[in-house]
Design a protein around this ligand. Structure first.
Ligand code: NAP
Length: 384
C-alpha cells in the first residue's frame, strides 16, 4: 500500500506522445536542415526554462528557399509545444514549409492538441526531427505525418537532440524513474558506527554537493530504518541554509509507522510514505506522479533491495578517509554467494571532493551522469 501524507500537488504528465521513430535518418537532410536542427537544439536549451515533466524541445520552420520563417521552444507545462510556437510565427507562410524539430512531433492530445495534426493542417510538406520519441506508450507522430503525405525524416542530430533530455529519455524508455544511489562511507565500507551514528562520515564539501544533487532530482528516497536512526530532514537548502522554493518529493519506504514528530513529515517539503517493501511498486507510484529521477539515500537495507530488484542505475559514493572497524556495511544481502555473481559496476569518474573520494558509476547502459557541482556554493550547507 502506498499512503500519501502531506504531499503538495504536482502537475501530471503532459507526456509528449508519439512514435518510436520508425522514420530513421536516410541522410537526405540538407546542410540547411542540419543547421536549422542545430539552431532548434540551441533554442531548446534556452537557459532558466524548466519544462518538467515535459521534455525540452526546439523547432524551426524553413520556407522552400531554406530561409527561417518561424521558430520556437517549449517553455513547460501549460505552454505551447515548440512546433506550435514556430507555426504561430510563420502564419500562412507555413504552407509548403519544412518543419525541423528536435523531438519527433507528438501525436497525442494532452494539455495541448497533437503537433502532428497542427503541422498537417498548416500545410507543412516536410518534417525533419532529431530524437525519435522514446515513450513506447504514445507513438505515432512520424507515422501520422507520413500518412498525411508529408515527407518525414528522423534521426538528424539525434544524439544532440537526446542530450537535451537525458533523464526524461531514460524514464520514458524504461517507464520508470532513473535511480541514482548516493552513499557516504568510510574507507572500510561502513555507513554508520556501531552505535548507529553516521553524521559527518563525509566532508562538508561532499554534503553540500549532495544538496545540489537533491535540487536536481524529483524525489529523495529513504527507508524507515534511516528515519528511525537519523531523523533526517531531507530538504534542499541554499548556501545560507534557506530552504529552496522547489523541493524534491521526500519518500519513506517501509512498513513500520513513523513517529509523528519525524522531521521528514514536517511541512518543509512534500512527503510520500510508501508503506511497502516492494521497490518496484514504489517506482511505479513515483513514475505515475511524474517523478523521472530518484535519489536513493537510504541505508544498506533499502540499497540492497533496489540492487536485488535490478533497479539501481547510477551510484554516487563519497568515501571519507576514516576507519570504523565495525558498524553497518555499505549494502545489505544481495543473494551473492560467489564472486562470479557479484554486482558489477562501471566506474565513470573518480575525484576528490573536500577530503573525500567521490566516485560515480553506473549499472545500466550508458545513462549519462547528472551532477552539476558548482564549487562556488560548496562550503556552508548542512547535509541533513
Ligand atoms: N552513510 C550513508 O550514506 C547512510 C545513508 C542512510 C542511512 N545510513 C545509516 O544506515 C542505518 C540505517 O540502515 P537501514 O538499513 O535500517 O536503513 P534503510 O535501508 O533506510 O531502511 C531499512 C528499512 O526499510 C524498510 N524496507 C523497505 N523496503 C524494504 C525491502 N525491500 N526489504 C527490506 N526492508 C525494506 C524496512 O523497514 P520496515 O520494517 O519498516 O518495512 C527496513 O528495515 C543508520 O545507521 C543510518 O545512519 C547511512
Amino acid at each position: 500500500m502506498v499512503e500519501e501524507t502531506d504531499v503538495a500537488g504536482r502537475a501530471s504528465s503532459a507526456g509528449r506522445a508519439s512514435s518510436a521513430g520508425r522514420a530513421s535518418s536516410t541522410g537526405r537532410a540538407s546542410s540547411t536542415e542540419h543547421e536549422a536542427m542545430a539552431r532548434a537544439v540551441s533554442l531548446a536549451r534556452t537557459p532558466d526554462v524548466r519544462t518538467h515533466p515535459n521534455p525540452q524541445v526546439g523547432a524551426v520552420l524553413l520556407d522552400a528557399t531554406g530561409a527561417e520563417i518561424g521558430s520556437g521552444f517549449h517553455r513547460g507545462v501549460d505552454h505551447s509545444h515548440a512546433e506550435i510556437e514556430a507555426l504561430a510565427q510563420a502564419g500562412h507562410l507555413a504552407r509548403g514549409a519544412t518543419a525541423v524539430v528536435t523531438l519527433e512531433p507528438c501525436n497525442h492530445t494532452g494539455r495541448t492538441g497533437p503537433c502532428s495534426e497542427a503541422l498537417i493542417n498548416a500545410g507543412v510538406v516536410r518534417a525533419v526531427y532529431g530524437q525519435p520519441d522514446p515513450n513506447p506508450l504514445a507513438r505515432g507522430g512520424a507515422d501520422a505525418l507520413a500518412a498525411a503525405g508529408i515527407d518525414v525524416e528522423g534521426g538528424v542530430l539525434a544524439e544532440e537532440a537526446r542530450s537535451l533530455n537525458p533523464v526524461w529519455s531514460f524514464a520514458m524508455e524504461r517507464q520508470r524513474p532513473l535511480v541514482t544511489w548516493k552513499f557516504a562511507a568510510t574507507l572500510d565500507g561502513r555507513v554508520a558506527a556501531a552505535d548507529k551514528t553516521s553524521r559527518w562520515i563525509s566532508s562538508a564539501e561532499s554534503r553540500a554537493e549532495v544538496h545540489r544533487i537533491r535540487a536536481e532530482v524529483d524525489a529523495v528516497v529513504i527507508g524507515t530504518g534511516t528515519v528511525l536512526a537519523d531523523d533526517p530532514h531531507l530538504t534542499v537548502r541554499d548556501e545560507r541554509g534557506v530552504l529552496l522554493s522547489r523541493q524534491p518529493l521526500r519518500v519513506v519506504v517501509g512498513e513500520r509507522r513513523l513517529p509523528t514528530a519525524a522531521r521528514v513529515l514536517d511541512s518543509a517539503a512534500p512527503t510520500l510514505v510508501a508503506e511497502t517493501r516492494d521497490v518496484s511498486v514504489v517506482l511505479d507510484t513515483l513514475f505515475a506522479r511524474d517523478v523521472h529521477h530518484v535519489l536513493l539515500e537510504g541505508g544498506p537495507t533499502l540499497a540492497a533491495a533496489f540492487l536485488r530488484a535490478d533497479l539501481t542505475d547510477r551510484v554516487i559514493g563519497y568515501v571519507g578517509p576514516r576507519l570504523l572497524g565495525s558498524g553497518p556495511a555499505l549494502v545489505g544481502a544481495l543473494d551473492v554467494d560467489t564472486i562470479s555473481d557479484a554486482v558489477e559496476l562501471t566506474i565513470d569518474d573518480v575525484c576528490l571532493v573536500g577530503g573525500d573520494i567521490r566516485w560515480t558509476a553506473r549499472l545500466h547502459g550508458s545513462a549519462p551522469l547528472f551532477i552539476n557541482p558548482d564549487p562556488a556554493t560548496t562550503d556552508t550547507e548542512r547535509a541533513d
